[in-house]
Design a protein around this ligand. Sequence first.
Ligand code: C5P
Length: 232
Amino acid sequence: MGKDVIIACDFASAEQTLAFLDRFTDKKPFVKIGMELFYAEGPAIVRELKKRGHKIFLDLKLHDIPNTVKKAMAVLSNLDVDICNLHAGGTVAMMQAALEGLTRADGTRPLLIAVTQLTSTDQQSMTEDLLIREPIDQVVMHYALNAKKAGLDGVVCSPLEAGKVHEVCGKNFLTVTPGVRFADGDVGDQKRVMTPEEAKKIGSDYIVVGRPITAAQDPVAAYERFLREFVG
Ligand code: C5P
């Protein structure tokens, strides 16, 4: 899979999601289904979007004992999504088990990427709440290396970390980056943002974009501008 723009479908229902996606008549965008939509609508929404021809990143961020994650991943793999994810904090053993669960009898599987530290976690909360005393950027790179060691395909990270992740884990290790905004756009609650052109330059493989597309007056035009500026 090459560079692409993934639209975060952060909607509360299938109805809203399908009404939004019906506006895209020419292209079928790569979409991200997160916890809100999945917990509201279940696997049916995944099957429906797959049937309509969308590629799907199922963003459920699994984190449990290895055996449970392995079995859950086998179920998600049957849904034939393109990308799944989990928390690298679940350990290398959990990530290896996830990969086993995800791999189908014929050897194929969705891509599997890891969340390192959430971007909502900062140095202070990591030190005080989690008792992890190393600098946060080192922790992020260590978790990325653990994901690589476990055989995963990449990580979700800030676009600001994507270059370093490629340096540390190799350029084929995928970086999927939210927090992307047009230079003339609203930042919203994202703190550390990059433009699509910067994200492209730094080597992000996929950008995940929500509100700048879903809340735009013309979502199709906004999506096409992201594609032009990121993919070229
Ligand atoms: O609307 P916006 O473009 O900010 O949406 C970004 C999407 O990426 C949301 O679905 C958000 O949950 C997700 N995300 C993020 N930062 C992370 C991980 C995921 O913004 N570190």
